[in-house]
Structure formats: structure tokens, C-alpha cells
Design a protein around this ligand. Structure first.
Ligand SMILES: Cc1ncc(COP(=O)(O)O)c(C=O)c1O
Length: 404
């Protein structure tokens, strides 16, 4: 069978210059230790079997171990039986199902907001929401460690922007003072739990600043939903903060796929009319909507899961800290081990994989240069015995490689 690849030259023999650039670019990434490739795993979740061996997976965002939960799988299967595999159109055409409506209702309850709107993914939610709300002439202030999807949404909006130092509310205040007198509208955009550091934004202070300067506050709760707040309703809910827009994803604690914005009913209507990834993309498939709904029901039925996860994570962090691993202060289920150089982080991850621990090295540009790390996420698939064994293995491999 003939396989069609790229044509590096036209039929006329003319060179397509992009291919030489791709070649050079890939070589450059490899030379910098930044080349990324894919590894197919036999299963997702916090544990998997490969080559007759059990692996503990510390790269999974399935924090509550719901991706394989029989209740969630059952809901997805039943939805496929009833509705089929695809939603057949965008929400504004024919893809809007009762499933989406029910999901938005339960999400608004979870986050205690007037309404919610489901998107195709968390990335699309951020891209769509920011670019629908902010525009040329506006000023968006954002934390320099915000997730890529927030930053891309800001870029796409055409608004002016300034980054503030991570979690530095004094710098945020200075920027608000400097930009608050202009014609345009002000926006503040932050993560609540930062994905690569696992630390938490000072949301009470940020909220007060947004209030004092009349800025629109948008908070991405992707890593907080399911873990923090009553029934896992997030950090804004926990602190009683009314952000103007909260975004989240089904791909982490809820164990599925898809994203959402939680906001007032009028902001929701604006997004339905203006957010291009909402308008011009097919509605979330029935199985994903039903799975997310069931996962939120589980949050309501088992409200202590987040606390158990955080207690386990604190225990794990404590074990590593005792052995003087280079860590950030404990804050969440995300526990980064700072290594520094890319090659050393990759080597440590490879050694751990040989020892049955699956954890990925995170390198620039995902994190700032010189801060390559292992990002471990503790999930409810790991019990305390797993965590103790893991801490021991990490310490011994780190010692062997001279990382400790
Ligand atoms: C903070 C944050 N926001 C948004 C996303 C995107 O979510 P999704 O995976 O649903 O696209 C992610 C993760 O991937 C994230 O870490």
C-alpha cells in the first residue's frame, strides 16, 4: 500500500522551505534536551501493568481515580447506547442535548454560580472565554505561571497584556494603578492551583484588588475542582470569593474530557454568542457529558475525597522533605521535585521508570529555563503504602544520580 507522506518538493521540483526549517528545529530541540516524544501506555489511571510489572503512575491528573470508576464508565456506556457516539453538530446547530443542559445545571450547583457553559475541552474554554470577553483596547494582567491556554486566549483576544511575577499581589497592584486610568477595560486572569508548581494563588487578595480597580476576575480552577472546597467546588467557593468567571475541565479530577465556564447567566449568553470555540466546534460527545455528570454526582455523594487526597499528598511531601529532596512548600496534590538541568530530570525519570514509577520530566518551555523537574501528582489510586515505597525509590535513585 502506498503511504502518503509530505512532499518536500513540488511536482515542479521546487523546494518547500518549511521542511528544512522543521529538520533544523527538531535538531535544535534535541540538542537543548527539549525534544518531546509520545509513549503509548497500556492503561491510564494511577497504576498500570506493563511487561508483567506493576507501574505506579505519578503523571496522571485523574486525581480522584474516577476515569476507570465503574459508575462513571457505566454512565458513559449508557449514554452511548442511548445517544450514540457523537453529538452530530455544534451546540447552536443540532448538538445541544438534554445531557449538556443537565451537566451545566449540576456544575453551577457545584461551583455555586448562576450558570455554567460546557465547551469541548478546558483549553478551548480558556481560549474561547478570554477572546470573547477581552478585545483590542483592553488590558489583561496575568500571572507569569498561568496555563498556556489562558495565555493563548489572551493573545487571541488582541488585548494588551502584562504579566506579573508569580503570586506577587504588590506587582499586580502596581500594574492596576498604572493601567486603571485608561479607557479600556481591565481583566485579571489567574490559575487557582498552578499546574507545574502545585501552589495556590492568593485569591482573596487578588479578588479585593479586582474589586478595588473594577477589573473582571477570571480564575482557572482546573486543578482545584474536585480537590478543594465544599464537595470539591474549588478554591473560590472555599474562600467565598465571587470571581466573574471560573473555568474548569473534566479531564482532571472528574476523570473524563471536556471543559466548562461557570459565570452569571448574562456572561453565559455572551459566551454562547461570542466564543468562537463554542460556536464553531462540535458539542461535547454524549459519553463525555454523561461521564462528567456522574463524576460530579460522586463529588456530592463523597464530599471527603478531596480532603483524603490532600492528606495523602501532605504525607508524601513530608516523606520526601525528610530526606531533603528539593521541593516547593506543600500546597496541593501536585508535588514537584526540582532538578534543574533538563538532562538530569530526564535521566532521573528514566531510572524511576526502570524501578516501576512512571513520572515525566517537565522541561522548558513548559517551565522556566533551569527549573526542569519531576512533577508528581498524587491520586486516590495510590495508598499510603504506595506513597511510602515511591518516596523511598525516588530518594535512592536521586542519590545514585547525584540529584540529591
Ligand atoms: C490550568 C489548566 N487549565 C486548562 C487546562 C486544559 O484542560 P483540558 O485538558 O481539558 O484541555 C489544563 C490542562 O491540561 C490546565 O492545567
Amino acid at each position: 500500500m502506498r503511504r502518503y507522506g509530505c512532499m518536500e518538493r513540488t511536482e515542479e521540483g521546487l523546494e518547500k522551505k518549511i521542511f528544512a526549517d522543521i529538520e533544523a528545529g527538531l535538531e535544535k530541540l534535541a540538542a537543548k534536551g527539549q525534544f518531546r516524544s509520545l509513549t503509548a501506555l497500556p492503561a491510564c489511571g494511577g497504576k498500570f501493568f506493563r511487561d508483567g510489572k506493576v507501574f505506579l503512575n505519578f503523571s496522571s491528573n485523574d486525581y480522584l481515580d474516577l476515569a476507570g470508576d465503574p459508575r462513571v464508565k457505566g454512565a458513559a456506556l449508557a449514554a452511548v447506547e442511548q445517544w450514540g457516539c457523537g453529538s452530530a453538530g455544534s451546540r447552536l446547530m443540532c448538538g445541544h442535548l438534554a445531557l449538556h443542559e443537565a451537566l451545566e445545571k449540576i456544575l453551577a450547583e457545584l461551583l455555586d454560580t448562576e450558570s455554567a457553559l460546557v465547551f469541548g475541552s478546558g483549553f478551548l474554554t480558556n481560549l474561547g472565554a478570554i477572546s470573547a470577553l477581552a478585545g483590542p483596547g483592553d488590558m489583561v494582567l496575568f500571572d507569569r505561571l498561568d496555563h498556556a491556554s489562558l495565555i493563548d486566549g489572551i493573545r487571541l483576544s488582541g488585548a494588551r497584556w502584562q504579566r506579573f511575577r508569580h503570586n506577587d499581589t504588590q506587582e499586580l497592584r502596581r500594574l492596576l494603578e498604572a493601567h486603571g486610568k485608561g479607557e479600556g477595560r481591565l481583566f485579571i486572569v489567574v490559575d487557582s492551583v498552578f499546574s507545574m508548581d502545585g501552589d495556590i494563588a492568593p485569591l482573596a487578595e487578588i479578588h479585593s484588588l479586582a474589586d478595588a480597580f473594577g477589573a473582571f476576575l477570571m480564575v482557572d480552577e482546573a486543578h482545584a475542582i474536585g480537590v478543594f472546597g465544599p464537595c470539591g467546588g474549588g478554591i473560590c467557593r472555599d474562600l467565598g470569593i465571587r470571581a466573574d468567571l471560573i473555568t474548569g475541565t473534566f479531564s482532571k479530577s472528574l476523570g473524563g474530557y471536556g471543559g466548562f465556564a461557570a459565570c452569571s447567566a448574562r456572561v453565559r449568553e455572551w459566551l454562547i454568542n461570542r466564543a468562537r470555540p463554542f460556536i464553531f466546534s462540535t458539542a461535547l460527545p454524549p459519553a463525555s457529558a454523561a461521564a462528567a455528570h456522574k463524576a460530579v454526582e460522586i463529588l456530592f455523594a463523597q464530599p471527603d475525597q478531596g480532603k483524603t487526597l490532600l492528606d495523602n499528598s501532605r504525607f508524601f511531601h513530608g516523606l520526601l522533605a525528610q530526606k531533603e529532596m528539593k521541593l516547593l512548600p506543600f500546597a496541593s496534590q501536585i508535588v514537584p521535585i526540582l532538578v534543574g538541568e533538563n538532562e538530569r530530570a530526564v535521566a532521573l525519570a528514566a531510572e524511576l521508570e526502570n524501578a516501576g514509577l512512571y513520572v515525566k520530566a517537565i522541561r522548558p518551555p513548559t517551565v522556566p529555563p533551569g527549573t526542569a523537574r519531576l512533577r508528581l501528582s498524587v491520586t486516590l489510586a495510590h495508598d499510603r503504602g504506595d506513597l511510602a515505597q515511591t518516596a523511598e525509590r525516588i530518594v535512592s535513585e536521586a542519590r545514585r544520580l547525584g540529584v540529591l
